[in-house]
Ligand binder design. Sequence first.
Ligand code: AMP
Length: 214
Amino acid sequence: MKRRIVLLGPPASGKGSQAQMVSQKYQIPAVSTGHLLRDEALANSELGKQAASYTSKGQLAPDQLVMAVLKKWLGSGRNSYIFDGFPRTLAQALQLKPLLDSAQIPLDIVLFLECDFATIESRVLGRVSCFDCKKVFRVGLHVESAESPCPECGGRLIRRADDQPAVLQHRMVQYFDKTAPLVDYYRAEGILNVIDGSQALDNVFVQIEEALRR
Ligand code: AMP
């Protein structure tokens, strides 16, 4: 069973949902650099303020900021992990490799969740998350409207600042420019698995489980 995992894919390809599902079922700690950066921004830390000046416009945060929050999370003594939305640039991937190799916890697999733009757009525009428990929901599927209470904890639902049509365009451009080249990088490393991320969550999960067991 592969337990050192990267989830790669465009915005709203399902990385966060699948990371949560794999993490819960197989007890593998998951981390989203997007979450870490949003938490820093909510805490109003210097790093968070810097990151928000990029993320709010749909630009990628600078590599050194992202590497700093990731290294803090990785700490020492981890032997399994799911990286959700990290690495997102070739520079991050190249810095990550020696870090993991020296800790003797190299990557086992990269799951690339492919997704078409129509699906991405409808998911992004319908996405809300709970301010308190951080769980993510879809309007029309899990909740009636963005004003509904959180179905898990009754907390307040919020929309991400970067989940708007204009910002999504920028995020897509950044994805194609900076992140998509990682598909070829990890294919050449021999650890890339392509999965159709536009399917229903449960179907995607079944394919991920197969890939992790292979
Ligand atoms: P996400 O929650 O994964 O969609 O990330 C939200 C935003 O945080 C992205 O649009 C980027 O601006 C920023 N971000 C998250 N992860 C990274 C990363 N690995 N490298 C650069 N920026 C990132």
